[in-house]
Design a protein around this ligand. Structure first.
Ligand code: FAD
Length: 412
């Protein structure tokens, strides 16, 4: 296993529980900072499956809803409580510092019998079509060792080790985006039941998130086209750029005014991509190692962990030497991931259009359409069910709004 984030640790634990011998290489040491702190309700059954739900609940804060707000003075926040979802998604999720979540998952892998090696970076993978793959691994003392395995899972996140090595990585031409983010103290929480909600605020060039991680800790980030990031003046620090952008939303500005930044702002640029291949003879890619989509719907950790769950049968069949079942499981895995990524992507590509902003700000539950959108927000994206049908109605309404509805975003 290459990588000890949510994807790698989930697959490693589940495979070890099935009795397979798993070695997990992680180049860093947990706990370590990682962005991506807002989880989805559909993560909860996976935590339960892994046996860590209580630990996650203790370390995180309850997220009952997602809230969306336009940038203008008059805009009212629209709240989508997860309890309103159709289907079987749990009524809440968690917000949690990734240093804490990833350590819980990593330690759990170890407790389940995975050989977990931190400060071990996989620097090269040599894939063999019918037998034993070879890995080169560098440790903290710069020693390089050679390893062999019958199945290799790449969960290396945005490093996309195998995908890059094989030249399978394809930038997403439909959606380029960049982000700037940091943690802050001094930003007030929403009241009562909404204190753990994620707040998403539009601004004219993109959107921003406020994710509460505790009474005195808020993750704040902006997402925009890479061109917008280039408008930063030479004299403007990344931190000031982040603050000045937050101030473009009236509602965000009001909450942000006493915010104190806790570490220098970080930036990630041009980050959406996929991989032309996600699996092959005795290997598979999971999580960000194959696809990264814009984080507006907090889908990354869920896609990583749910993908890891779905890859387990594939590994199982391969190791048992059952090639026919392996081929079928591979197809199933590829189809499931394509479907889930597509379900979120349709909304992501249109999220900053005036009509999407309008529909999110003025939701109507005609034929259960609003509830279906809540289900998508909760992560119910794999099945062809009533949610899927109602989302088709939403898409129709969206196109009609494009013809008859608001043509232009109001300026703040
Ligand atoms: C700006 C931004 C905001 C986001 N917000 C959210 C959010 O709110 N909610 C959400 O769910 N998702 C969010 N995401 C996405 C989320 O961060 C990822 O989708 C998620 O972390 C993917 O998990 P993973 O296990 O695939 O990869 P990672 O979490 O990146 O884990 C990969 C691990 O592999 C290790 N590694 C890498 N290369 C090697 C190597 N060669 N050898 C050994 N180890 C290696 C890394 O150190 C790392 O620990 C956001 C992403 C960005 C960029």
């Amino acid at each position: 296993m290459i990588g000890g984030g949510p994807a790698g640790t989930t697959a490693a634990t589940l495979l070890a529980q099935k009795g397979w011998q798993v070695t997990l290489f992680e180049r860093e040491t947990h706990p370590r900072f990682h962005i991506g702190e807002s989880l989805l309700p559909m993560n909860l059954p996976i935590f339960e499956h892994l046996g860590v739900l209580d630990q996650v609940a203790a370390a995180g804060i309850k997220k009952n809803a997602a809230v969306f707000t336009s940038p203008t003075i008059k805009a009212k926040p629209t709240r989508f409580p997860f309890a309103n979802a159709l289907g079987e998604s749990p009524p809440h999720a968690y917000q949690i510092e990734r240093s804490k979540l990833d350590k819980i998952l990593f330690d759990n892998s170890h407790a389940n019998g995975v050989q977990t090696l931190e400060q071990h970076e996989v620097i090269a993978v040599s894939l063999a079509s019918d037998g034993i793959h070879k890995l080169q691994v560098r440790d903290a003392d710069n020693n390089i060792s050679a390893w062999q395995c019958r199945f290799v899972l790449d969960a290396s996140g945005q490093q996309s080790l195998i995908s890059k090595q094989q030249k399978w990585r394809i930038p997403n031409s439909r959606h380029t985006a960049s982000a700037v983010f940091a943690h802050f103290s001094g930003i007030p929480l929403n009241q009562g039941d909404g204190s753990g909600d994620i707040n998403v605020y539009w601004f004219d060039q993109g959107w921003m998130w406020f994710i509460p991680l505790g009474d005195e800790l808020m993750s704040v980030g902006i997402v925009s086209s890479p061109d917008y990031l280039k408008t930063r003046k030479p004299s403007e620090s990344l931190c000031d750029f982040l603050g000045n952008t937050v101030n473009k939303s009236f509602a965000a500005r009001k909450r942000f005014k006493n915010g104190m930044q806790l570490f220098p702002a970080k930036a990630v640029s041009n980050y959406s991509y996929t991989s032309s291949q996600r699996s092959g003879e005795g290997f598979a890619l999971i999580g960000d190692a194959h696809t990264f989509i814009d984080p507006v719907f907090s889908s990354g950790v869920y896609l990583a962990m749910s993908g890891a769950e779905r890859v387990v049968p594939l590994v199982d069949h391969w190791l048992q030497g059952n090639r026919l079942s392996y081929t079928i499981a591979r197809k199933r895995y590829e189809r499931a991931m394509t479907r889930a990524v597509k379900a979120f992507s349709w909304f992501i590509y249109r999220f900053t259009t005036p009509q999407m902003e309008y529909l999110f700000q003025n939701p109507r539950n005609i034929l259960g359409v609003e509830q279906a959108v809540v289900s998508m927000l909760a992560g119910d994206v794999y099945k062809s069910n009533s949610v899927h049908l109602r989302l088709l109605v939403f898409k129709f309404i969206f196109f009609m709004a494009g013809i008859f509805g608001p043509a232009k975003r109001r300026k703040s």
